[in-house]
Write a protein that binds this ligand. Structure first.
Ligand code: AMP
Ligand code: ZN
Length: 667
């Protein structure tokens, strides 16, 4: 019986691998998405029923779900070198001359796109993906296998006769389309957008939850076979073989018989690159013959047989029409240059970020200046200089605004930061709206169906001004809004109702006290299980909570010192929103430690810090985070340092080792 189940599972896996290959690598699916999903579901069910046949490389593992807390460091068996850079054809000719000093025969080159992402090295053994490691410093990187398995472009199992053990190198990147999608979703949640696809791709690879990695929609291209033995004579042949084994290689790579062909390739892609669905920052050239590669060898940093050709950041001149100032959700002001529309890197540019006052001063920007605009790796172009020759003698320097363009409040500047902000947190329209968007976001009160647009409309209609107002909304008030159907209105109302069950720590995060993020909110709730306790806590008491410093404590105090905030809290309470921790489900084991405070320091070996703190609570004691007169017991593990010294200096603190602590709680 189980023999046939195993066979069934294996056949399904094999078939699904085949279809993945047709879909992702060849881009020619031979069955419908529906049929594919049905087969995948069948496999998933069987795998759940028969966990003994689990396989890390099963097509079901693509969906992710595995969590990696720490990415282990792995040595690269073959160092991952950098590439030498060149910027013009002269550089390339010099390179060819250097090559010809070692090699007399003609030299062919493979020209490839230089993908702008994160490089990766993947080990395959007997045709199976074993391990994926980031480049790191070139000598060692982080093992991110679980995350890499979720990337559809990367084969889990190869086809045909492959070498027994080898590494495949390539680049993980994000298409422009998926990058925009991620940012649109972030915006919806009130999060800052990511700067560029490259950083987002490499950041995504290091996420703990592989299911989240999957959602990012990463792509991959494989461009370099590395192993003890190379099953070919040339890089070009290796690329062809890699493709036959099921790797997604670059469709644009080209074998060039001479440097002239290389130049043609470069000049073609210099303009055509803007039509690609992903970003490249240049071209990579590799000497084709592997024998020639061996003769050329490496410098301390890079192979002598390869060269990157970097495209110049594109730059155009245009006229500055005005500077406007945007007020962000946190009150931060961003100056934006409005430009005479101009074509740059394939798109029409109308605006450029000026970041802050210092940048405007440094550019010495005047009204109606002609400015140089550049597009580098970042999505938003920037002004890199001024053509002062075209400046009119009567034109005046740009004056930074002194008052908020949205609410008229005088702007403030944080010391040692270049940013201005509007301090009118509770009544400046973008800040008010921002706070409400944050309140409904997924990690806070998670009120689905209530998006940014609806919140903005409700605010304009004066139906809401702070989170407490959500709870008085009626369906009748929602229905007249633009594009609001009966059903969505009903969904919003039930979503708001449901939010009354959201636990206190999320509510605390949601009400948007400055500097109180998700983690801080959790820690606060552990120590102050109700809003009333938090409200009356002193700065000193707040600072005793782990990871809470003066800045956060002061911000909490300021929040509760404001009568408008207190009123909002009282209203939330009256509507039934959770403002205290529900059944503090730390079961009480004894009251042996009642009224006593504890702190753990050094390397603990009998229990983890978390377990220790848990025990303290279960026996009626309290954990505090710093050595002070309020501390009764310091429990020290190995290599205790400054905390122990400080405790000894205070003199009244009892010092225990781990064993003595266990005895105290009778374990
Ligand atoms: P650099 O970081 O400027 O020294 O350039 C080297 C990096 O270029 C490598 O680490 C790869 O991540 C990246 N790269 C992108 N496309 C290619 C390619 N086709 N061949 C080799 N490296 C590439
Ligand atoms: Zn304002």
């Amino acid at each position: 019986m189980s023999e046939t189940v195993q066979q069934k599972i294996e056949t399904l896996r094999e078939t699904l691998h085949q279809h993945n290959y047709h879909y992702y690598i060849l881009d020619q699916p031979i069955i419908s998405d529906f049929e594919f999903d049905e087969m995948l579901k069948e496999l998933q069910t069987l795998e759940q029923q028969y966990p003994e046949f689990w396989d890390a490389n099963s097509p079901t593992q693509r969906v992710g779900g595995g969590i990696t807390k720490n990415f282990p460091t792995v040595q690269h068996q073959f160092r991952m070198y950098s590439l030498d850079n060149s910027y013009d054809y002269d550089d390339l000719e010099d390179w060819e001359k250097r090559i010809q000093k070692t090699i007399e025969e003609p030299v062919e080159f493979v020209a490839e796109l230089k993908y702008d992402g994160a490089s990766i090295s993947i080990l395959y053994e007997n045709g199976i993906l074993k391990e994926a490691v980031t480049r790191g410093d070139g000598f060692q990187g982080d093992e991110i296998t679980t995350n890499v398995r979720t990337i559809s472009d990367i084969p889990l199992k190869l086809k045909g006769d492959t070498p027994e053990r080898f590494f495949m190198r390539g680049e993980i990147y994000l298409t422009r389309k998926n990058f925009d999608k991620i940012n649109a979703a972030r915006e919806e949640e009130g999060l800052d957008p990511f700067m560029n696809p490259r950083n987002t791709a490499s950041g995504s690879l290091k996420m703990q939850d592989s299911g989240e990695v999957r959602k990012r929609g990463l792509s991959a291209v494989l461009y370099q076979f590395v192993g003890e033995e190379l099953p070919a004579e040339s890089h070009w042949e290796l690329l062809q073989k890699s493709k036959d084994w099921g790797f997604k290689t670059s469709a644009q790579a080209k074998l060039c018989k001479s440097l002239n062909e290389v130049k043609a390739f470069i000049s073609y892609w210099e303009t055509e690159r803007h039509q690609l669905p992903f970003e490249i920052d240049g071209i990579v050239l590799k000497v084709n013959s592997l024998k020639q590669q061996r003769l050329l060898g490496y410098t301390a940093k890079s192979p002598r047989w390869a060269m990157a050709y970097k495209f110049k950041a594109e730059k155009v001149e245009t006229e500055l029409q005005s500077v406007s100032y945007q007020v962000g959700r946190t009150g931060a002001i961003t100056p934006v240059a409005n430009l005479k529309p101009v074509l740059l890197a394939g798109t029409i540019v109308k605006r450029a970020s000026l970041h802050n006052e210092d940048i405007i001063k440094k550019l010495d920007l005047h009204n109606n200046d002609f400015v140089y605009v550049e597009k580098g790796g970042e999505i938003i172009p920037k002004i890199v200089g001024v053509n002062t020759e075209k400046r009119m003698p009567e034109s005046t320097a740009i004056q930074y605004i002194s008052h908020c363009p949205e609410c008229g409040t005088e702007l403030m500047k944080v010391e040692d930061q270049a940013i201005h902000f509007c301090p009118n947190e509770l009544h400046c329209p973008p800040q008010v709206v921002g706070k409400m968007i944050h309140y409904v976001s997924r990690k806070a009160l998670n009120i689905e169906n209530l998006g940014q647009e609806t919140i903005e409309q409700l605010y304009r209609e004066k139906l809401i001004e702070n989170p407490a107002d959500f709870y008085t909304l009626t369906k009748e008030q929602l229905l007249p809004l633009e594009r609001m159907a009966e059903k969505s209105a009903q969904n919003i109302i039930s979503g708001i109702e449901k939010s009354k069950d959201i636990p206190f720590e999320k509510v605390l995060f949601g009400i948007g006290i400055k500097h109180v993020g998700e983690t801080v909110a959790k820690k606060l709730v552990k120590n102050f299980p109700s809003i009333d306790e938090l409200k009356t806590a002193t700065i000193e008491e707040l600072c005793q909570v782990e990871d809470i410093g003066g800045k956060i404590a002061i911000s909490i105090r300021d929040f509760f010192a404001n009568p408008e905030n207190l009123l909002m809290i009282e209203r939330l309470k009256s509507y039934g929103v959770q403002l205290e921790k529900q059944d503090t489900h730390t079961e009480v084991l004894s009251n042996a430690l009642e009224g006593k405070t504890f702190l753990f320091t050094g390397k603990l070996s009998l229990f983890t810090r978390e377990q220790a703190e848990d025990m303290v609570e279960k026996h009626g004691g309290k954990n505090i985070s710093a050595v002070s007169k309020n501390l009764n017991y310091l429990v020290v593990g190995e290599k205790a340092g400054s905390k122990l010294k400080k405790a000894q200096a205070i003199g009244t603190i009892i010092i225990l080792d781990e064993q003595q602590f266990l005895e105290m709680v009778g374990e």
